[in-house]
Design a protein around this ligand. Structure first.
Ligand SMILES: Nc1ncnc2c1ncn2[C@@H]1O[C@H](COP(=O)(O)OP(=O)(O)O)[C@@H](O)[C@H]1O
Ligand SMILES: [Mg+2]
Length: 204
């Protein structure tokens, strides 16, 4: 089983949105997907509980039956403020770490220490390419995107995608759906923006 951790200690950066859409994508590819929601707000768990039965299934990770449950992927949504031992534990479990960053000075500065820590973690794993950043609600041609790229260039962490701000995510979530459960014409632009991120996730 491969584990994808979605993390950023800043609240509202887009962790839950990214988590449910990544899980939805993998399920849409016929993979066996489980989700673990470590956040007390339980956003992803709520989404999962609303997911229509006729869509590709995603299971909540059953910690008690961990060894009996056969999954190809585990997607972990994490809380704001994840740090210290809990963060170290989550990082150890994860094969891939995806960090959403929202487009503002405050978001970038609040994510800075965390990204620095991940940069060091990456260096310590001798260049294993397993950590990437997603510009959330962000357009590549904005000042926020420039600032993010400038900062990341010093850390050798890749930008996997810029995902624009759109009600498509919000509306899908109300129905327990991801982008990948929608008729393609409703999410055409979004799907394009996801292409590189998805290939990165499936790369070993
Ligand atoms: N690309 C997007 N377009 C529109 N709204 C978004 C997008 N990404 C996140 N949001 C909204 O931003 C808010 C915070 O996102 P959320 O995924 O809950 O962040 P976190 O889990 O990090 O706290 C939510 O209201 C969510 O619907
Ligand atoms: Mg959340």
């Amino acid at each position: 089983m491969k584990t994808i951790l979605i993390a950023n200690p800043k609240g509202g950066s887009g962790k839950s949105t990214l988590s449910v859409n990544i899980a939805g994508y993998l399920a849409s590819r016929g993979q066996r997907v489980a989700m673990l929601d470590l956040d007390r707000q339980q956003s992803s768990a709520l989404w999962l509980s609303m997911r229509p039965q006729n869509l590709p299934p995603i299971r909540p990770l059953d910690e008690k039956k961990k060894h009996g449950q056969e999954n190809d992927w585990l997607v972990i949504d994490s809380p704001a403020g994840l740090h210290g031992k809990n963060l170290a534990y989550a990082l150890k479990l994860a094969h891939k770490v995806v960090v959403p960053v929202a487009p503002s000075l405050f978001d970038l500065s609040a994510s800075r220490d965390f990204l620095q820590q991940l940069g060091e973690e990456k260096a310590s794993r001798k260049g294993k390419h397993h950590i990437g950043v997603v510009g959330m609600r962000m357009d590549a041609r904005t000042r926020a995107a420039q600032a993010l790229e400038h900062f990341l260039s010093t850390l050798d962490l890749p930008i996997l995608a810029y995902l624009r701000e759109t009600q498509v995510y919000v509306n899908a979530a109300f129905e327990g759906k991801s982008l990948f459960d929608l008729p393609p014409y409703l999410a055409e632009r979004e799907l394009e923006q996801w292409a590189y991120l998805l290939s990165w996730l499936e790369k070993d």
